[in-house]
Each structure stands twice: as structure tokens, then as C-alpha cells.
Design a protein around this ligand. Sequence first.
Ligand SMILES: *Cc1c(COP(=O)(O)O)cnc(C)c1O
Length: 491
Amino acid sequence: MLYKSTRDSGDARFTSAEVIKRGIADDGGLYVPENIPALGRDEIEKLRRMPYSERAAFILSKFLDDYSYDELLADSTAAYRAESFPGGPAPLARLDDRLFSLELWHGPTAAFKDMALQLMPRLLTRALKKTGEYRTVHILVATSGDTGKAALEGFKDIEQTRITVFYPESGVSLVQKRQMATQTGENVIVCAVRGNFDDCQNGVKRLFSDTELAAELDRRGFFLSSANSINWGRLVPQIVYYVSAYCDLLNIGALGAGDEFCVCVPTGNFGNILAGYFAGLMGIPIKKLICASNLNNVLTDFLRRGIYDRNRTFHKTISPSMDILISSNLERLLYYVAGAEKTRKYTAELGKTGCYQISGEEKDKISEQFIGYYADETETAATIRGIFETYGYLCDTHTAVAFSCAEKYRQETGDNGIITVVSTASPYKFAGDVYRALTGKDSAGEFEALDQLYGYTGAPVPYPLAGIGSRPVRFTASVDKEKMKQYILGM
Ligand SMILES: *Cc1c(COP(=O)(O)O)cnc(C)c1O
């Protein structure tokens, strides 16, 4: 199977190893597969009997056909091993007969980015070998918290890779800072930047476009790359858990052959929900993809009116991983409904004016699969409390946005079928806000919030966060934002 750019109507095609190594296309577009492999009935039957890592290898082998099945199985087995995911990679919790929670946060950083980042670095090292790359890839990440930690855990001790994560010294939470500062691994570096997140991100962007730095690193046998969520190697592992959830719903008898179900996805960059769209294109009977947003509801408006307009107030919310006004992965959906030429046009308008409008026909096509809702801060907090009181189920702030939107969907459409809410973070990752939503009280501090939430709910604390406040700190360096290059060269 070959891949092309969302902005290229020409005939440039690449293997999956090439696109995983390249990340983004030269024309600024994202890579998409030329065709979508279908899943047959007999294949679903086979998948139903497989453990998660085999399901992953099976689905991946359909998209990455320049990797052997044995390579993919070795990688998925290593990525999703029980030591990393003690609760299983993607267990389905049943709230009632029609409401399920797909828990994607049992991995090493207690959030769903582990699902992709535990596997993608392994696919990337193989991609280097397959494309004859002898240099070591040096991953640079600017993070406002969660992605950096998930990338560190994913790349740690993966051969032919090394990773540097820059975070704003005063822009991440205490827990996030401690999670990164205690990172293990021989090929990882964590460094604070004296500045805010924008300083950090702009600094990393400058490093990527610095030809002198590239030449010096090349001389030393390295090249720079990023691991962001537009890389196909991050998207493809996410398709797996939608297929897996469908198999599990069949296995427990919640769905019969041919039955459809809805999924509701707390959305930021549109990567997670797009993977659900791909699962639907493969033949998983997803009735509707419910796109759940917080107050930064640019996607709700887009799905309702066909107008994408980022010119609006940016809100800092209690679901910070969804505080996004440019959803990069939406470009892949645009490509599928409007083609490369229109995608080029829309993304150019977005760059110039921050706004574009799709045609009525394109909007209708999108509405066949997607429907958008949003929840404000009060609704999100009330949902955390409501879900806990009704079902005894504890969820984090992002997942609560999705539960709230799932309920709005039911109210608006009268659809009483099965909804699977995609749960993207452990409630302990946002313990202070979850505790406040439940009790109306502030916690005594960030680390204390973990104990207080445990005391109040009795829900188990995930292993990556247990005792985090007392772990030994390994990385203490901080640099001025002008000195990031010297820092890299001094390694
Ligand atoms: C990244 C993230 C999201 C948003 O996922 P996208 O793929 O960017 O839409 C939602 N919840 C949590 C906890 C996240 O870390």
C-alpha cells in the first residue's frame, strides 16, 4: 500500500516506512493511504478471539505492508505488554446496557497518547532500517505537559533514537514537571526553558529550520525529527482500539451481528476521532462519531455550519489537552470529502485568514458520519459528579466532556442505542479538578490531591502516578530560550 499527500493531486507516492520517517509531506500536507483496506466478516470473527497485541498486528499489517506480520507482532507485543499496561491496553468498562467507556489510559503515562507513542517509536526505528538510514533520529519535542512525557516513555531506550523534551519552566503543573524530571532511559534528556509554552515551541521550530544545526548534527550522525500527532505512525495504532472495542462489544453480547454503535470522542487535534473514521471506512459499523469539544468549540461550529473559524477567544479549561483552535488532523478528513485541490485551497485560507468555508455538499458528506457537541466548564464538572453518583464510575475532565456530549446527542436525536465514550485520561492525572468537581472543595495541593481523591472515591491510583511526589528527580537543567541550540550541541 502506498501513501500520498493530502495536498498533492500529482502522482508522488511513498511507502509506509517512508511516510513514518518523513512525518509531514514536503508540500506541508499530511500522508494518507491510497486506499482503505476492508475488514471482512470472517476477519472480524478471527479478531474477536485475539488478544489486543495480535489485533494490533493484524490491523497494522493491512496498512503497513512493507513491514512483515512478524515485525509488527513483535512491536505490538513489546508496546502493549502487561508491565506497561497492567489494566490491559484498551479495556471496555460497562456503565449500563447502553453506555460504555473505552479506557485508553492504563499505560505508562496514564493518558491515551501512550496507545500511539508506545508503538510508533518502534515502527520508526524499523522505518530507518527499511529506508537505509544509518543516522540516529533525534526527536525534539516542545510540550505543555502530557505529550512530552508520553514521547519520553515511548522513545526511552529505543535503538537508533534519542529524544530531547523542552517544557516551559512555569507553564506545566507540578505533577507533570515531576513526571518528566523523574524520567528514566539512556537516550532521553529533559530540559526546562525559562519562558512560556510559546517561547518553548518557537524555540523548537527555530531548531528545526536551522540549517547550520542540521549540518553539524549530520556530521555527528544525527538528524532531527518530531513525533507529533500528524505522523501516520501515530495515527495507525489508534485505529486498532476502535476495532478492538467492536470485537469486545460483540464478545459480551452487547452488539449482535450487523448492529451499529456510536462512539463519542473528546477531541483536540482531531487525531483520535479521525482514527475512528478510518475504522468506519474499514467496515466497523460505527453509526455516528460524536465529536466532543470543550469551550474551545471550533469543531462543533465547523460540523454544524461548515465554517472553520479560528478567530475566536482562546479558553483555558479544566480539559487542557483539548484547548486547541487548529485541529491539524482535520486536514485528512477534508481530503477524503473534498479532494487534494480543495484541501490545498482550504488550508491556504486557514493560514491566511484563519477561516474557510466548505461547500454544502462537503458538509453533508461529513454529517453522514460526524456530529458535534460541546460542554462548558460547569457542565463538565457536573458530569464528573453525575457519572460518579449514578454509576459509581470516576472519570477525568476530558472524558467528562465526552459523557456530557453523549447525553446531549441522546437528548437531541432520541437515539437510545449503544454509545462508547472514549476515555482519554486517568482521573488522577487531573486529580485537583476532579476532586473539586466531586466535593466542591479545593485540594490541599497538587500531590495531595491524588491522596484526597483516592480517599474520597477509593478508585485505584494508576502505577505511573502512585507516589509521584516522592520519586527522585533526575533532570534539573533549565536554559534561556535563546540557548536551546547550544544546549542541543553540548549533548
Ligand atoms: C491529546 C488528548 C486529547 C485530544 O486528542 P486528539 O487526538 O488531539 O483529538 C483528549 N484527551 C486527552 C487526555 C489528551 O491527552
